[in-house]
Design a protein around this ligand. Structure first.
Ligand SMILES: Cc1ncc(COP(=O)(O)O)c(C=O)c1O
Length: 420
């Protein structure tokens, strides 16, 4: 029988695949296929080729291939997995790509397996816990040099120290790995990537350097169609390895390491959190494909909208905070030059009090109090989404400012009592 394409409705292209044999579907009313109504069913075509036949063996009647897979190395990677790997490779203009189950796995693997003994790892002090775990597992675990967050002078000092520690670096006998993030999630600030690359190139010979950029928070936001900070700066040829999560902006789970073909092969053979785990389930693979469809279709539109909302939020909140003392509430500087960051840390005294007040109004607010951050740096972190509306932001700003005004009054009374 000829393959039959189901009608597609408004679904993104990843779901637009052909049904190999409609009879396979009709005799198994699977939960996954029969999404809501007959109408919905008609507009959904699942990824079906004969090898993904739905099965009626499972009591839930889920297609076996959608619920269970295997280790990637032992056949767990289907045609769909390999196709998905090709998608980010092309999208991000990378020589090679390797899928991981999460960004945590990816960072831990890259940093846990690439650096060898004699190599040195220089990293921004604020990089994610997964990078720290990887570094601690690596053969270079005794040669870790942190630099002060986003500080170019500290970065330069660290490179000079590395060159002193191992003269083999200049001779091309050892590698300096450099690890930074694109957008940092706690402060909402952006790495000075161009300057980092320039310094690295001026001090370390090409055969001895390897720059890794963790784009967990910059994916989907910066660059054309959300290709990230490396792409925005046109640095694809200078950055050796990029890691993008499919969580966060892409709304799914999993991650991809973009690198060259040799390192990809090396990871397949040595990266423990790639080798010893079940590969991504197929429904996740389909979902990630949909996220890429969205980026390609509306990525630019969504990031333009996000920039608009970020500007609106900053300008409106700043002007509303003019009469509030900075020690009670301050909106810190985020982003970089013309780069807007959707993460806004708002420094407040009494972050737990504000958290309770916002939660009572139905906001999912989480304080970051002392001792997680130093005294005086307590904060509430606001993350704006492209789907927010100006009205929502205005309502939220009103709550923030009324809390700050009430706190100011309480604080004033306390101070008067102390003076008395
Ligand atoms: C900077 C950074 N890297 C990596 C991760 C982990 O991402 P994933 O959820 O894909 O494991 C996170 C998530 O908290 C993160 O903030």
């Amino acid at each position: 029988m000829e393959p039959e394409a189901l009608s597609l409705g408004i679904l993104p292209p990843s779901l637009r695949v052909e049904v190999a044999d409609p009879r396979v579907l009709s005799d198994t009313q699977t939960a996954a296929y029969d999404l809501k109504t007959r109408a919905a069913t008609d507009s959904v075509a699942f990824l079906l080729d004969p090898s993904y036949c739905f099965s009626s063996r499972s009591s839930l009647k889920l297609p076996i291939s959608l619920v269970q897979w295997a280790l990637a190395l032992w056949g767990g990677d289907s045609i769909a997995h390999l196709a998905l790997e090709e998608r980010p490779r092309q999208f991000f203009f990378a020589p090679a790509a390797l899928l991981f189950n999460s960004d945590f796995h990816a960072n831990a693997s890259v940093l846990g397996s690439l650096p060898q003994s004699g190599d040195i790892i220089i990293f921004d002090e604020y990089i994610h816990a997964s990078c720290h775990d990887g570094m601690k597992m690596s053969r270079a675990k005794d040669a870790l040099i942190p630099f002060k967050h986003n500080s170019l002078s500290s970065f330069k000092e660290c490179i000079l120290r590395a060159l002193q520690l191992n003269p083999g670096i200049k001779a091309g006998k050892a590698t300096v790995f450099i690890v930074v993030e694109g957008l940092y999630s706690m402060d909402g600030d952006v790495a000075p990537l161009k300057e980092i690359v320039e310094l690295m190139k001026s001090l370390i010979p090409p055969e001895s350097r390897h720059l890794i950029v963790e784009e967990a928070h910059s994916s989907g936001i910066y660059g054309q169609a959300g290709r990230g900070l490396v792409s925005l700066n046109g640095l694809e040829n200078e950055v050796h390895t990029r890691v993008h999560t499919f969580g966060k902006a892409l709304g799914s789970a999993g991650a991809v390491v973009l690198t060259d073909a040799v390192i990809r092969l090396y990871l397949i053979n040595y990266a423990r959190s790639f080798i010893y785990t079940t590969s991504l389930p197929l429904f996740n693979v389909v979902a990630i494909g949909c996220s890429f469809d969205m980026l390609e279709l509306v990525g630019d539109e969504l990031s333009a909208r996000l920039v608009h909302l970020c500007r609106f939020f900053r300008n409106t909140l700043s002007s509303n905070l003019k009469l509030i003392p900075a020690k009670i509430m301050t909106l810190t500087k985020t982003g970089k030059e013309n780069l807007w960051s959707p993460i806004f840390p708002i420094l407040v005294c009494g972050s737990l009090d504000l958290e309770a007040c916002l939660q009572a109004k139905g906001y999912d607010a989480k304080a970051i109090p002392y001792p997680i951050v130093p005294r005086g740096a307590e904060r509430i972190r606001v993350c704006i989404h492209a789907a927010n509306t100006e009205d929502e932001l205005l309502r939220f700003i009103t709550e923030l400012v009324s809390w700050a005004a009430a706190y100011q009054q309480k604080d004033g009374k306390k101070e008067r009592n102390i003076v008395l």
